[in-house]
Every structure is written in structure tokens, then in C-alpha cells.
Design a protein around this ligand. Structure first.
Ligand code: ADP
Ligand code: MG
Length: 158
């Protein structure tokens, strides 16, 4: 199942992320795709705020992984853009994916073979010249995420 949302500013993207956040269960994995500046980290911020994480979310571009454990669920925020320099082997990605938290992976397609069988893939595209509008496509990979994508569209339209 796929569903595309259109947002016209950063706040709207964060509200969509917050609505998704309410539906997430322990051990959720979300893969974020889209060019630099597309809104992946902005989306993660909206998600984190709704989980109750008050610490500012910084893009883990240099550290690759940041863990936030103070919210309703732990958040593992990964940005694999610079992965080549480090290699994925010693990162223990599977332990995060199998853990009790929510794993959010920017540039996760770089390690597509290491992704779990089921995950939610979210693709961001800038759709206007001013750089304010986004198409945000949610695609469920696996049954568990079909339900989440369906529920989000109900919640969003209310
Ligand atoms: P990425 O993590 O994909 O590289 P960021 O989230 O760091 O992207 O940056 C997105 C930038 O685009 C931010 O500066 C944000 O304020 C801006 N922006 C403008 N409009 C939107 C929108 N509709 N949704 C998300 N971000 C937006
Ligand atoms: Mg980012």
C-alpha cells in the first residue's frame, strides 16, 4: 500500500510526522529517502517531538547514529549518507532494528540488504521552485506497516 501526502511548509511536514508517531509501536523501522534538503531530518524532528523527546534532534551526519531514550519509545536516528567512510558492519544496525525503539534511517537504501523484512519507506520530493512544497510518499513494506499507512490516512483526513 502506498499513500502520498502533499505539504506546503515545514510545520505541515512535522504535523504529518507527529500523526505517524502516534501509531508507532516498539520495534518500528522507518526508511527515509530523498535528496539532501528534502525534509528527512525535519520529519524526524516532528516524530521525535510527538514521542516526547525534548532534546533538539541534530542530524547525525557525522556520528551516523544518535539515540534518544527519554520519550514514549526510544528513538534511534541514523543517517547513513557518509556510510562508505565507516562501513556498516560494525554498526550493529540489526540490533537497533530488533530493539524496542523506533529506528529512523536516512539514506537507508544504502544498506537495503540489512533492512528488516518489514519496514515503512517514506520518500520525499520537492515539488516547487521555491522549495516549500513536498510530496511525501509512504510505502508499506510488510503487513505490519500496511495497517499503519491505512490508519494514518484515516487520522489525517479527520
Ligand atoms: P534532509 O534531512 O532531507 O537533508 P532537512 O530536513 O535537513 O532535509 O532540510 C529540509 C529543509 O527544507 C529545512 O530547512 C526545512 O525548513 C525546509 N522546508 C521547506 N519546506 C518544507 C516542507 N514542506 N517540509 C519539510 N521541510 C521543508
Ligand atoms: Mg538529514
Amino acid at each position: 500500500m502506498r499513500k502520498t501526502y502533499h505539504t506546503t511548509n515545514e510545520q505541515e511536514t512535522k504535523r504529518l510526522a507527529a500523526a505517524l508517531s502516534r501509531l508507532l509501536l516498539p520495534g518500528s523501522t522507518i526508511l527515509l529517502e530523498g535528496q539532501l534538503g528534502a525534509g528527512k531530518t525535519t520529519f524526524t524532528k516532528g516524530l521525535a517531538e510527538e514521542l516526547g523527546i525534548e532534546r533538539a534532534i541534530k542530524s547525525p551526519t557525522y556520528t551516523l547514529i544518535r539515540e534518544y531514550t527519554e520519550g514514549r519509545l526510544p528513538l534511534y536516528h541514523m543517517d547513513l549518507y557518509r556510510l562508505e567512510e565507516t562501513g556498516a558492519d560494525e554498526m550493529g544496525l540489526e540490533e537497533y532494528f530488533e530493539g524496542e525503539g523506533v529506528s529512523v534511517v536516512e539514506w537507508g537504501s544504502l544498506v537495503e540488504e540489512e533492512m528488516p523484512d518489514e519496514y515503512l519507506k517514506i520518500t520525499f520530493a520537492v515539488t516547487d521552485e521555491a522549495g516549500m512544497e513536498r510530496d511525501i510518499q509512504l510505502e508499506a513494506v510488510g503487513k505490519r506497516y500496511e495497517e499503519i499507512v491505512a490508519k494514518l490516512s484515516e487520522d489525517w483526513e479527520m
